[in-house]
Design a protein around this ligand. Structure first.
Ligand code: SAH
Length: 460
């Protein structure tokens, strides 16, 4: 068979119509069926593009001129949108983003999951999709005698100063700016990646949306933090909601943010926050969802899909700090949570005790190892909830689910492509996907969260 030659060449120009949006926010145009990915192009737009790279099965292009704009195109409100790269969809109206995300889920379920006529509901979006993030992690650098705190310019190690981030809680912007200025006042030097010298590497701020409590984490190269007591005094005077100041020491020459040593240098070890009726203790290193308002909506949907009556045994695989488990425990007879990070399981146990929940048990380990061993020991679930990382569920876990045959599987996913792959496996094993509800946890970014309800189909 002769190899087909791509129908386009590098550095040539074409007039195209974008048909689709990729999962990373580029427009997709097809030239004689050959897909070209073009940053900043939106579905339905007519444009002139220049081909910048050609691979075997697809290519890349640059937007040269827009002839016809999408009705959903808007001016990105953030002045540093292009340099930052933290958001990818600000040039698309929020309405347009929700439509695109619903379509993306629908497309992969059909294309990868081979699921026909699957009910994908309109995305549950935010009423006000700005200022939602409860955690800021901001790198610091020296510049002209002072400090800058902001973000790494795309494809560089240059830190650009940022006074305000439109998807960040305003309180976190204030905390980062204030702490930066206090560090500057006492002449604290920023870490320099090249020389591996200097003190302050990152400033992290965490804000409890319901409690109003704030945690400040100073990530430093050295254990020695010059003017520590003055820093603490100024931070607590200027930011009265701060309940906890923590130092994390990272002496390695690396772009990994955190080191292994964490000490509370003032106040409490935890701040508290609530999602629905459940209270969470959040430490400096705990995983906690960054959009608590939408997290509540996501978990309520998972709970609704689980259809608990109070009699069920439930397994929550990939349980993190037990957030979903504790939500489910209120309505189930017993919940078993499993998670690979030991500290997260410690948090889960503490959070269960904090909420006086006695019917949840937690284990450390790989879900694909622990759940089969539970099954061997006679633990069977009526409902299994899974909330895996982007790579989806391990095949061994899916096979155990197919053996255990819980009446329902509730699949919470942060990656529609692996969701589709895994739903296919469960469908082939006798489950039926009843409905899928995408929830927008990360407005203005390409990330897309969805929850699927599956029931065991005895006819299958
Ligand atoms: N359900 C939680 C966390 C979901 S994030 C919440 O909503 O907050 C996915 C979690 O899976 C992470 O906490 C990660 O540490 C964990 N994880 C990753 N691989 C795992 C595995 N093989 N077995 C169990 N947990 C795993």
């Amino acid at each position: 068979m002769t190899k087909l030659k791509p129908p386009v060449e590098k550095n040539t120009y074409y007039d195209v119509i974008f048909e689709d949006l990729t999962h990373d926010g580029s427009g997709v145009a097809k030239i004689k069926g050959f897909p070209i990915f073009v940053p900043n192009g939106l579905p339905s737009e007519k444009a002139k593009i220049k081909i910048t790279k050609v691979l075997k099965n697809y290519g890349f292009g640059r937007l040269i001129e827009l002839y016809e704009e999408s009705k959903f195109r808007v001016d990105a409100p953030c002045p540093i949108y292009k340099e930052c790269g933290g958001c990818q969809l600000q040039h698309l109206s929020y309405e347009g983003q929700l439509i695109a995300k619903q379509r993306q889920v629908q497309d992969v379920l059909t294309r990868i999951g081979k699921l026909q006529d699957i009910m994908v509901h309109p995305v549950l979006g935010m009423e006000n999709p700005w200022r939602y993030r409860n955690k800021a992690q901001v790198p610091v650098a020296d510049r002209e005698g002072g400090l800058v705190a902001g973000f790494y310019q795309q494809r560089s190690h240059q830190i650009i100063d940022m006074k305000s981030c439109l998807i960040q809680q305003e309180k976190n912007d204030l905390v980062v700016q204030t702490v930066k200025e206090i560090c500057e006042k006492y002449g604290i030097q920023a870490y320099n990646e090249k020389s591996n010298k200097g003190t302050i590497r990152h400033i992290m701020a965490r804000y409890g949306l319901v409690s109003g409590e704030i945690m400040v984490v100073l990530i430093t190269r050295t254990k020695d933090l010059p003017h520590k007591n003055k820093l603490i005094e100024d931070i607590t005077n200027q930011l009265p909601e701060v309940k906890s100041i923590v130092q994390n020491i990272n002496s390695k020459q690396t772009n990994v943010i955190f080191g292994n040593e964490t000490t509370v240098i003032w106040g409490e070890e935890y701040i508290y926050d609530n999602i629905g009726d459940i209270r969470f203790a959040i430490s400096a290193r705990s995983f906690y969802q960054v959009n608590p308002e939408q997290t509540k909506i996501l978990y309520e949907k998972a709970l609704e899909y689980a259809e608990l009556t109070g009699e069920e045994t439930v397994i929550d695989a990939y349980c993190g700090i037990g957030t979903i488990s504790l939500f489910l425990a209120q309505k189930a007879k017993k919940v078993y949570g499993v998670e690979i990070v030991p500290e997260a399981i410690e948090d889960a146990k503490r959070n269960a005790a904090l909420n006086k929940i006695n019917n949840a048990e937690f284990a450390v380990g790989e879900a694909e190892v622990v759940i089969p061993s539970w099954y061997k020991n006679g633990i069977e679930a009526d409902v299994i909830v899974v909330d895996p990382p982007r790579k989806g569920c391990d095949e061994a876990l899916l096979q155990t689910i197919l053996k255990m045959k819980p009446k329902k599987v509730v699949y919470v996913s942060c990656n529609p492509a692996t969701l589709a792959r895994d739903l296919r496996i469960l469908e082939d094993g006798g489950y039926q996907t009843v409905e899928v509800q995408p929830v927008d946890m990360f407005p203005h970014t390409v990330h897309c969260e969805a929850v699927a309800k599956l029931v065991f189909n005895s006819r299958g």
